[in-house]
Design a protein around this ligand. Structure first.
Ligand code: IPE
Ligand code: IPE
Ligand code: MG
Length: 238
């Protein structure tokens, strides 16, 4: 029995869902097969978070840099997202999962944008667990947008530059109203943030794991949570 079964899980867990391509390559499959397997992992982990009582789950699905990949791979991911979101909407009604999207959705196809909006609207009143799905998301892009919005309000005379505080700036981010993640998990063996939640991760605990995302299961989440509980969070104090 994992040691953390009786410990309260973090309120907000964030995951960089990485390693789909390597998982597929190891099996001699096309990269898209890895993304399909990764979508299944996400479904399992989102359900497990609900069981554990995690309130917010933020997942990195597609970054502002991922457009650099081949048209074939990007197209495959977008197709998968369309199919996946339709299923997720049905699932979510059953499980009372609230969906939010972080990222610049305007670069997605009109159909996909419509699905995202529909998922947000239909699940807005659910409170079992909130899934923040990061799509065409970049931490730097998010901060630039926030700065731009604030600058516009100053130019329009609605705000004074001196009014800007950390709290106010947080309110301009995609994550407005969502507490910062206590725990950020990156599977796949890479040890970097790759532009994920740059502002929100100021005091997050990072857990890097060697498992590839399509192989990531509830036991791995238990292990990450156990590691989180072993950490001594000081927030700059002693
Ligand atoms: C993460 O898996 C999914 C996306 C970035 C869309 P990768 O596709 O990055 O998998 P690896 O890192 O190449 O194994
Ligand atoms: C980060 O993974 C983005 C997602 C998992 C969606 P990448 O595979 O794009 O990151 P790098 O290229 O290894 O830094
Ligand atoms: Mg990767």
């Amino acid at each position: 029995m994992p040691e953390n079964k009786n410990l309260t899980p973090p309120r907000h867990i964030a995951i960089i869902m990485d390693g789909n391509g390597r998982w597929a390559k190891n099996r001699g499959l096309p990269r898209t097969a890895g993304h399909a397997a990764g979508a299944e992992s996400f479904r399992k982990i989102a359900n497990y978070c609900r069981t554990l009582g995690v309130q917010y789950l933020t997942v990195y699905a597609f970054s502002t840099e991922n457009w650099k990949r081949s048209a074939e791979e990007v197209g495959g991911i977008m197709k998968l997202l369309g199919r996946y979101l339709k299923e997720a909407i049905a699932d979510m009604e059953k499980n009372h999962v609230c969906f939010r999207f972080f990222g610049d959705l305007s670069k997605l196809s009109p159909d996909l944008q419509k699905l995202c909006r529909e998922a947000e609207e239909r699940s807005g009143t659910y409170h079992e667990v909130q899934v923040n799905f990061c799509l065409n998301y970049g931490g730097r892009d998010e901060i630039v947008r926030a700065a731009r919005t604030f600058a516009r309000e100053v130019a329009e005379g609605k705000r004074q530059p001196e009014e800007l505080t950390e709290e106010l700036l947080s309110g301009y981010l995609y994550s407005a109203g969502v507490p910062d993640p206590e725990l950020i998990i990156r599977p796949s063996g890479e040890k970097r943030t790759s532009n994920f939640l740059l502002w929100q991760s100021a005091y997050s605990e990072f857990v890097f794991m060697n498992v590839l995302w399509p192989d990531f299961g509830p036991d791995d989440l238990d292990e990450a949570i156990a590691e989180y509980h072993r950490r001594n969070r000081r927030f700059g104090g002693v």
